[in-house]
Ligand binder design. Structure first.
Ligand SMILES: *Cc1c(COP(=O)(O)O)cnc(C)c1O
Length: 219
């Protein structure tokens, strides 16, 4: 259980982030609270503030953390923001409302099979490796069109793009590039911006920002 002090502290952090977001664009982007590696007490405190949209980067961790809370909070929206292995596609479709990390053909087929089996089609975003970093997941900017076409031909519900800019570089050019790509392909959702740069992302067109540390404190 969360103590009153924990709830106060988390509520204050969340109010601050929401206020800052309100000062960027109208309407402000949706705030995704990134709860990976956070304690149960902090997550319960966050739920007590009314926050209902959460991001997790691991399928198994999300499952154990959220399966009971799902029942208690029917309005919950869970988003997968970390890499997905195709052998976990079925678990991911079962657990998440939105999967932000579609980045390859193999996953298109695994997600289609899982969606058909479970009779459930989560909303999907394509992750773009805007900095072309070899160690990072995501399709290149040039690869978005083909992957999008393939996903759509399989009947998947792709609604937008997501990126994680290279660490230690200004993020704004990456956000602007992602926004341009989304416009070119007529995709309405843009997931970009984390604790250090969510206001920049919001001003450049983010429809959702993924914030962990600034909301919960250090992991
Ligand atoms: C951890 C994580 C975040 C949140 O990062 P903070 O810097 O703690 O806000 C956002 N997006 C992704 C993909 C992450 O893995």
């Amino acid at each position: 259980m969360a103590t009153d002090t924990e709830i106060d502290e988390i509520a204050k952090r969340r109010d601050d982030v929401l206020t800052r977001l309100t000062q960027t664009t109208t309407p402000p982007p949706v705030l995704v609270a990134v709860s990976k590696q956070q304690s149960d007490a902090r997550i319960d405190a966050m739920l007590a503030t009314g926050q209902r949209v959460f991001g997790e980067n691991r399928v198994q961790e999300a499952d154990s953390r959220w399966s009971a809370r799902r029942t208690a909070y029917p309005a919950l929206q869970l988003r997968l923001i970390g890499p997905l292995q195709s052998n976990k596609a079925e678990d991911a479709v079962r657990i998440f409302d939105v999967i932000e990390t579609l980045d390859r053909s193999k996953l298109v087929h695994a997600l289609k099979a899982a969606s058909e089996k479970l009779g459930k089609s989560p909303e999907l975003l394509i992750q773009v490796n805007t900095g072309n970093e070899p160690q990072k997941a995501g399709v290149s900017g040039a690869g978005v069109e083909a992957l999008l076409r393939e996903a759509r031909s399989e009947g998947l519900n792709v609604t937008g793009l997501m990126c994680i800019p290279p660490a230690g570089e200004p993020a704004a050019p990456h956000f602007a590039f992602l926004a341009l790509l989304a416009k070119r392909f007529d995709l309405s959702n843009l997931s970009m911006g984390m604790s250090g740069d969510y206001e920049v992302a919001a001003r450049l067109g983010a429809t959702c920002v993924r914030v962990g540390t600034a909301l919960f404190g250090e992991r």
